[in-house]
Design a protein around this ligand. Structure first.
Ligand code: G3P
Length: 217
């Protein structure tokens, strides 16, 4: 499974990338707002840190506007992936952009039927929002499973990018279902390494090692 980090915080991205954990980055207008950064400047820096795709989202809602913004965003770097919303204009822009050789992430997906349309429009990635479905008492993971089944039935190459991930269990369940990518907030990505028995075991090994009086090397 590929890991993308869901943030526009450049320092976080630099640190996680140095750990060798990152296959890409996703941003959105809310994450840009939280970072307090200029979208062009922050996205340029992120693209220089990470080799994989960096999703930058258009904010226009009409086809022409999306295409105009996509042209500007795509010039930032070769690893830009244009993010468009799951609307008819967004799907039309997706088709046009992928036909022209761009990577496209279709975002704000909340149903398997929406994901089917995105695949038919040639999307590189489809982003179903697990957490926001769970917030409404709809099983977000079930939607991921349905999309996996549909894409496998017809051999669609669109990658399932599990988004709106809130917990480490979301990551595990998405991986078990076979989502291609998880975009994970930095804190959740760091939490994946944690287990109390790992800490306890390490403490015990170190205590016993001290008793031997030895050192390696
Ligand atoms: O990148 C979009 C998505 O991951 C947003 O997550 O937590 O705002 O629902 P959230």
């Amino acid at each position: 499974m590929k890991f993308f980090v869901d943030t526009a915080e450049v320092d976080e991205i630099r640190e996680l990338n140095a750990l060798g954990l990152l296959d890409g980055v996703t941003t959105n207008p809310s994450l840009i707002m939280k970072s307090g950064r200029d979208i062009m400047e922050a996205t340029r820096e992120i693209c220089a840190i990470v080799d994989g795709p960096v999703s930058a989202e258009v904010t226009a809602v009409d086809f022409d506007g999306m295409m105009g913004e996509a042209e500007i965003l795509s010039k930032i770097a070769d690893n830009i992936c244009i993010k468009v919303p799951l609307t008819f204009d967004g799907l039309k822009a997706c088709k046009a952009l992928t036909s022209a050789g761009h990577k496209v992430n279709v975002t704000l997906c909340f149903s398997a039927n929406q994901a089917l349309l995105a695949a038919k429009a040639g999307a590189t990635f489809i982003s179903p929002f697990i957490g926001r479905l769970d917030d409404m008492a709809i099983d977000g993971m079930e939607v991921i499973a349905e999309i996996r089944k549909i894409y496998d039935n017809y051999g669609y190459a669109t990658e399932i990018l599990a988004a709106s991930i809130r917990t480490v269990n979301h990551v595990k369940e998405a991986a078990l279902i076979g989502a291609d990518v998880a975009t994970v907030p930095p804190a959740t990505l760091r939490a994946l390494v944690k287990h109390p028995l790992t800490d306890k075991g390490l403490d015990a090994f170190l205590a016993d090692w001290q008793k031997t009086g030895q050192r390696i090397g």
